[in-house]
Ligand binder design. Structure first.
Ligand code: ATP
Length: 138
């Protein structure tokens, strides 16, 4: 069976390394599905979930929350480099819910202070939190 190797690297090291038959991710130009034999590419990633259908473990699907980054597809080796990456089982959903609340409050403060930069940062933090909650609940 044709397969790909999927490696996810963060500043903490290799966080994920498995063989897969299908990978789905969200790039800056939209959702992308990758099967073995896909053409080589490099693309920026959104703060979103990565879906990996594993070749072992009875075609089990893994979900990984990534904090943006870059995906490279090179001859069936998929490398994802991101600031952070957490699998569904590693996500502390209550921590992410607290982070969501803090980000929402920060957005309100930023709007009251007419601070575009502060609001932009808070919206990114909100996106991270929502992504983690979503992945953690899979
Ligand atoms: P928080 O405000 O809860 O710290 P954050 O978005 O500021 O969240 P990051 O800076 O993106 O956190 O990540 C810092 C580290 O903490 C990373 O190693 C990341 O994997 C981990 N992390 C952040 N939130 C969670 C979570 N809800 N569950 C598990 N690990 C998390």
């Amino acid at each position: 069976m044709k397969q790909m190797t999927v490696q996810i690297v963060t500043p903490d090291g290799v966080r994920y390394d498995h063989h897969a038959t299908y990978v789905q991710c969200r790039t800056s130009v939209g959702e992308m599905g990758i099967y073995p034999g896909h053409s080589n590419l490099i693309a920026p990633l959104e703060i979103a979930e990565i879906k990996v259908r594993r070749i072992d473990d009875d075609n089990h699907v893994d979900w990984i929350a990534v904090n943006g980054g870059i995906i490279e597809v090179a001859d069936d080796l998929i490398t994802i480099v991101s600031d952070s990456a957490e699998r569904e089982r590693d996500i502390d959903v209550s921590r992410a819910e607290r982070a969501k609340l803090v980000a929402e409050q920060e957005i309100q403060r930023a709007q009251a202070a007419h601070s575009i930069d502060q609001e932009r940062r808070a919206r990114v933090a909100l996106q991270r939190a929502i992504n983690r909650i979503h992945v953690g609940r899979h």
